[in-house]
Design a protein around this ligand. Structure first.
Ligand SMILES: *Cc1c(COP(=O)(O)O)cnc(C)c1O
Length: 236
């Protein structure tokens, strides 16, 4: 294992991304500390989580349940915030609530019920975002999320769950679309939500290719994988 080399590589790329996050925040007259950089470690080993932790990273994102659970267990000795950002099969949701601190991708009442059950079983509290489908009425199905008009109804379900706290909205820009227009729609959904829950101010948007645009649109959480960790190894 080429750990010293990997550590230097991660340090360089992390610094670069952090500088870009700060620059994007300042360019929109926002306080850089209002933007949380969530480093997405999917497909990368727990040893990378340790190296990033040593560099000061505390917020980590994963998108698939079995991998996330295993990785979180491998570094359970570290104080980290785990962000679950992938589509959730409802039969996995209770398990996810046993290790995730913030679930970005809540998109059905059934998932809310199961997250609540899992949080209760493990005596935890879990922060939640409503994932908003940004593909529009003609877009392909499958990237997850509820239609913008359904956000409030799902928000009510989260509010009714004792162990869950609604903190905002999340979106994934459609492939090949205009991220600026998508993030503007997400921002509008967030603004409508805050009329219902004034503290639900979070907006999770932006990945390696477009996080500066997301920050300009108001993102409070950016989910960045490859710009920090490198191109992902191919999935087996
Ligand atoms: C993988 C993933 C990311 C990070 O993607 P990069 O392009 O590697 O930065 C962000 N959000 C979600 C939902 C993801 O699945």
């Amino acid at each position: 294992m080429a750990e010293p080399h990997r550590g230097r590589e991660l340090a360089l790329r992390l610094r670069e991304v952090q500088e870009q996050v700060e620059a994007a925040a300042r360019a929109s007259s926002r306080d850089p500390s209002d933007v949380t950089l969530v480093v997405v470690t999917k497909t990368w080993p727990a040893s990378d989580v340790r190296l990033l932790h040593a560099l000061g990273v505390r917020d980590f994102g994963e998108n698939r349940h079995p991998e996330a659970e295993l990785k979180a267990a491998e570094v359970v000795d570290l104080e980290l915030n785990w962000h679950f950002i992938g589509q959730i099969q409802s039969n996995k949701a209770a398990k996810i609530a046993s290790y995730a601190d913030l679930v970005h991708s809540v998109d059905s009442a059934r998932v809310v019920q199961r997250l609540e059950a899992g949080a209760r079983q493990t005596d935890r509290r879990v922060d939640c975002m409503v994932q908003v489908d940004l593909d529009g009425p003609v877009g392909p199905v499958g990237r997850g999320g509820v239609r913008p008009g359904e956000v409030e109804a799902l928000a009510e379900a989260i509010i009714a769950a004792n162990r869950l706290r609604l903190v905002g909205v999340m979106g994934v820009a459609p492939l090949g679309g205009d991220p600026v227009a998508s993030y503007q729609r997400l921002r509008e959904a967030r603004d409508r939500l805050t009329r219902l829950v004034p503290t639900a101010l979070a907006m999770s948007a932006g990945m390696s290719g477009d996080f500066p645009e997301a920050i300009a649109a108001g993102a409070t959480h950016v989910r960045v994988g490859s710009a920090v960790l490198g191109q992902r190894p191919p999935l087996r």
